[in-house]
Design a protein around this ligand. Structure first.
Ligand code: GDP
Ligand code: MG
Length: 682
């Protein structure tokens, strides 16, 4: 970027380990509402924002969390490339002060880069609560960089941090580039560097630096590059080819890592006064929640409780919405009639658009409760425990437990879940995760379950709906297993999943999370579902002979009937159902809105609407077994359009979205047919 444009703007990059509060800090400064969660791997893209302090403008960039400046995963590559780029003026290294030891490893690497670094010690509220003490005088002295205690949650220290950034931006740490002549004795590093390696390594660093100076005179931070070359970092060695065979006889990576940890040990000895690493509370809760045997039942129990809330409390809240929506329907119809609108206009608006959109809006309370519960589970730190518990089981099946994190996100929505697969190192693992994630039961499928189970299963409705979540999860794991055989994935080394501390969920984070979801849902009702409902109405009311008086002669009926023979074995061989399922490809909720348009019911989610729809379906011979088959089919059949687009983006090919649709359609058809044919026998 040309300097003139950015003269008064200071470019600040927030970098740090996953889950140390970078996004929280970013939100605190910018007022942005990015998703914050108490588990690693939530931010997978860089996000930009602005803030001001005194007469400085700051451009802030929130980056995905990393543990080291290596480039094994996509997030690491992204963060590292950005940090290395010219654009960054100051690096703000965000560290979780309550587990400083682990965070310092990245800090040391950042310091080595030779760019201005400021260490933001986040989560100071926890440190204080736990009675830990950090020597804030000695720590910056040892690290050679400013250290500012902050709390993103309590919003303390924010101004001082930006103050330090402004002050520090022109003070590079790597002062040696200028006055380190070759004649000088090469072991005088202690005045110059924070971390000095063993003599052997320092000699080699110097030797490599001399060569770098000859071949790449313009290179900045030569020391860092030299260290990376000693560690035989593929990317750096490839980017700056250099014959170093006389200096480097082996990879010094492990020595370099070990010596960094030795230094961290020293820092901790001197700077930590009360070393309590993990709160006892966390350990005690974990003894139950991540128990080898109880872990899985506890997880299923918690999910069951979430569905109990979703159904019961959701239904109770729905009562209030009912009154409001009813009024809208009636008044709209009255108004249109008063305007002397023709019959078809009234029908299009009331039976088409309103029935469809209203049908979906009335599930808002259920969706709200579901996301509220998911947000609490995520922010408390429980979700990463689930991944940990599952890691155990998945490991036994030869699968990577890390893949379970994107799959869990799939309970909310497949679109971010597919994106979250970026945290996986192995490209095959990643692809497999992308393919199986849409089997998870996303929130858009919830209205389908609520409607069908409410109509046909009475007081067992909740169990029927809950079973979908379990079946979805089992299908995803099974599909993953089959795919790993087909793709010949190498045996995965089981990566450790880091377990964050339990935290009391933060009201603001939860509100951001839930509000975003609710907004998405309403937007979807106003766009996709509105359009789909009108389209279905048109298909139903027009036929080869113009406006169809008889629905069975409409385009929709003809289209549906075409596919009825294929769907017969699944128990879904009704043209209306086929049409509803087809329209559900746009978004899963559309299945419900289409049903209401198809059967002409304006209040499909309420008792009256449900019983009239159930009666109509019953008259066609559609029973509880068919209803369950339909729930199964909806759970498994195809990713929605948005997910398909995301799969295309993330795999960078047209092939994989097609493969994904085929796998899901096939699985859905087989599973549903098996269920229907067997269930019919009883
Ligand atoms: P990121 O992965 O580094 O972006 O971390 P997030 O911003 O997503 O935060 C991780 C978790 O730590 C969330 O549950 C936050 O609410 C919590 N958190 C972040 N900053 C603070 C803080 O200063 N104090 C406390 N107590 N919790 C924090
Ligand atoms: Mg983040």
């Amino acid at each position: 970027m040309p300097k003139s444009q950015t003269e008064n703007v200071i470019n600040v990059a927030f970098i740090g380990n996953p889950n140390c509060g970078k996004t929280s800090l970013f939100n605190a400064y910018t007022g942005a509402k990015l998703k914050v969660a108490n588990w690693p791997g939530v931010t997978v893209e860089k996000k930009e924002g602005h803030t001001q302090y005194h007469n400085h403008d700051y451009k802030l960039v929130d980056l995905p969390g990393i543990y080291a400046l290596t480039s094994y995963t996509m997030e690491e590559t992204l963060s590292r490339e950005y940090i290395l780029g010219e654009e960054v003026d100051v690096i703000v290294d965000v560290a979780d002060a309550s587990s400083l030891e682990r965070n310092l490893y990245l800090t040391l690497q950042l310091i080595e880069l030779g760019k201005p670094v400021v260490l933001a010690l986040n989560m100071m509220d926890i440190v204080e609560e736990r009675g830990m003490e950090i020597d804030l005088h000695r720590l910056p002295e040892m690290l050679g960089i400013p250290v500012i205690p902050v709390s993103a949650r309590k919003k303390t220290g924010l101004n001082i941090l930006m103050h330090a950034v402004a002050h520090h931006k022109d003070k590079p740490i790597d002062k040696t580039e200028h006055h380190h002549s070759e004649g000088q004795h090469i072991h005088k590093h202690h005045d110059e560097f924070v971390l000095v390696y063993s003599d052997e390594i320092e000699d080699k660093i110097d030797a490599v630096k001399i060569k770098l100076k000859e071949s790449y005179p313009d290179m900045k931070n030569k020391r860092w590059h030299a260290i990376k070359m000693l560690a035989e970092d593929e990317e750096i060695c490839g980017k700056y080819p250099l014959d170093l065979s006389d200096i480097i006889d082996r990879s010094y990576e492990s020595d370099i890592i070990a010596q960094k940890y030795d230094f961290i040990e020293e820092v901790m000895e001197e700077c930590m006064v009360n070393r309590t690493e993990k709160s006892e509370k966390t350990d005690r809760i974990d003894a139950v929640l991540t128990h080898r045997i109880w872990g899985v039942p506890v997880f299923l129990g918690i999910m069951a409780f979430v569905f109990f809330l979703t159904f019961m409390v959701g239904d109770w809240l729905k009562g209030f919405l009912e009154t409001g929506l009813d009024w809208v329907y009636e008044e709209t119809a009255h108004f249109l009639i008063w305007c002397k609108a023709s019959d078809w206009v009234v029908s299009l608006v009331v039976d088409g658009a309103l029935a469809g959109v209203g049908g979906i809006l009335s599930f808002l309370p259920n969706i709200f409760i579901l996301f509220l519960a998911l947000a609490v589970l995520e922010d408390s730190g429980y979700m990463s425990r689930v991944a940990y518990v599952m890691n155990h089981i998945m490991g036994k099946l030869g699968l990577s437990g890390r893949a379970f994190i994107p799959m869990l996100l799939g309970f909310g929505c497949s679109v971010p879940a597919v994106m979250a697969s970026r945290t996986l190192e192995n490209p095959k693992d990643r692809l497999r995760t992308i393919l199986v994630t849409p089997f998870m039961s996303c929130s858009a499928k919830l209205p389908v379950y609520v409607l069908l189970s409410g109509m046909f299963f009475g007081k067992y409705a909740m169990f029927a709906a809950f079973s979908m979540y379990v079946i979805g999860m089992m299908t995803a794991v099974a599909a993953s297993l089959v795919l790993s055989r087909i793709m010949k994935a190498e045996r995965v080394n089981n990566l450790l999943i880091e377990l964050p501390e339990y935290k009391a969920p933060n009201a603001r984070s939860i509100w951001i999370y839930v509000w975003e979801k609710i907004k998405d849902y309403i937007t979807k009702a106003g766009t996709t579902i509105f359009i789909a409902s009108v389209a279905v109405w048109l298909l139903m009311n027009f036929g080869p002979h113009g406006m169809a008086a008889d629905m069975t002669d409409s385009f929709g009926a003809h289209l549906g009937k075409l596919l009825v023979p294929v769907m017969k074995p699944t128990g879904l061989g009704y043209w209306q159902i086929v049409l509803a399922l087809l329209s559900g490809i746009a978004a899963k909720e559309v299945v419900v809105s289409s049903l209401s348009v198809l059967y002409g019911i304006t209040n499909v989610s309420w008792a009256v609407g449900m019983s009239s729809l159930a009666a109509m379906l019953g008259a066609q011979g559609f029973t509880g077994i068919n209803a369950y088959a339909m729930m199964l089919f909806c759970l498994l059949y195809v990713p929605c359009i948005a997910t398909i687009a995301m799969i295309r983006q993330e795999t960078g090919s047209k092939k994989w979205p097609v493969v994904s649709v085929c796998i899901q359609l096939g699985t859905a058809w087989i599973v549903t047919t098996l269920f229907y044919q067997i269930a019919r026998l009883f």
